[in-house]
Write a new protein. Structure first.
Length: 258
């Protein structure tokens, strides 16, 4: 029996290990190049104007990407974003947020995936995992968004959390079929919060970052990111499922031969 159990554990480890080895980074940027030439700017979602994209320079952090947008668009909203890398379906996108406003009446910022890249007004679609500092009575929330054409973002899963602007955080957004998984890690620390959702609206697209603000609620959008990575890979839930199938098969074999 022990021999068969060891074989099962080895099979699961082999499945997980092989998938991990096959997963390759297809795009990354630590902004040490001093520019964002590999990125496509997004500015048109709410018709706002006057956005800025900086890599270093002046008072901006060196080797980091700062995005700014005034609140002068549709209904007083402001919006700024940027995406990079190839279009993918399943996979993971992660980025470090290293400068942002904390809880209170402050702008939203997010890691995004499965974006269609459409820069026309109210035409962008995709998903985001966003920090809303003004939610939950100005204490803050992390929210999984569905970004819809002709509409603003839709909440498909949220949790109350207050992020500390004195700290840096890694936002992670994973896709596996209809399963969407958002995570936030404190850099130098551990997992802060995570959320799962199921949604079938968008099957693939580009990866990036975005933020929005609103007159009367938030000051202009202003956030800085670093260490952006995109990895196409089988979803964790798929890998675990394959592993469990292997264990069940081994268990049945063991019962038949006991």
């Amino acid at each position: 029996m022990f021999r068969f159990l060891n074989a099962g554990v080895f099979a699961v480890a082999l499945i997980l290990g092989s998938a991990s080895l096959q997963a390759q980074i297809i795009f990354s940027d630590d902004f040490s190049s001093g520019n964002d030439s590999s990125w496509t700017h997004l500015s048109g979602y709410v018709g706002s104007t006057g956005q800025s994209w900086f890599v270093g320079g002046g008072t901006n952090p060196p080797n980091a990407y700062r995005l700014i947008a005034p609140n002068n668009g549709l209904s007083g909203y402001g919006f700024v974003g940027s995406y990079a890398g190839p279009s993918i379906a399943d996979g993971r996108v992660e980025v470090d947020f290293i400068n942002f406003a904390g809880p209170g009446a402050n702008p939203v910022f997010a890691v995004a995936g499965r974006l269609n890249g459409n820069n026309a007004a109210l035409s962008l679609t995709g998903y985001g995992y966003a920090y809303e500092p003004f939610a939950s009575g100005l204490t803050g929330e992390m929210v999984l968004y569905r970004i819809e054409a002709g509409n603003l973002v839709q909440d498909i899963g949220s949790q109350q959390i207050s992020l500390d602007p004195a700290k840096d955080y890694k936002f992670v957004l994973e896709f596996s079929g209809s399963t969407i998984h958002g995570q936030v890690f404190e850099i130098g620390g551990g997992l802060v919060v995570e959320r799962f959702a199921t949604d079938t609206f968008y099957a693939g697209g580009y990866s990036g970052v975005l933020g929005y603000g609103q007159n009367g609620v938030t000051p202009p959008v202003d956030f800085t990111v670093d260490n952006f990575v995109v990895v196409p890979e089988p979803g964790v839930s798929l890998l675990v499922g394959l592993g469990l199938v292997g264990l069940v098969a081994i268990h049945r074999f063991r019962r038949k031969n006991s």
